[in-house]
Write a protein that binds this ligand. Structure first.
Ligand code: FES
Length: 80
């Protein structure tokens, strides 16, 4: 079961929606605001929204580098 939390109460935007938007290519708060309107009313959610964006970017980068990391290359070299 996947759990989510609302990051932006004013616009009913969840952390999962923000993460999905980042994974789809939106890489900063401005881009996310254009899609989801997060943090466009009272602004209280801005720090949390930025944290979700940063965490998702790190997670995405880690996933990308993990598929071609040095250990994998070394294993291929030694296997050859
Ligand atoms: S809680 Fe996000 S703009 Fe108010």
């Amino acid at each position: 079961m996947d759990f989510f939390m609302f990051v932006c109460i004013c616009n009913a935007v969840s952390d999962q929606q923000i993460a999905d938007a980042v994974k789809a290519g939106a890489c900063d708060l401005q881009a996310i605001q254009e899609i989801l309107l997060v943090s466009t009313a009272c602004g209280t959610c801005r720090p949390t929204a930025e944290a979700v964006i940063a965490d998702t970017l790190l997670e995405t980068a880690a996933g990308r580098s993990r598929s071609t990391n040095a250990s994998d290359i070394a294993n291929l070299v030694y296997a050859a």
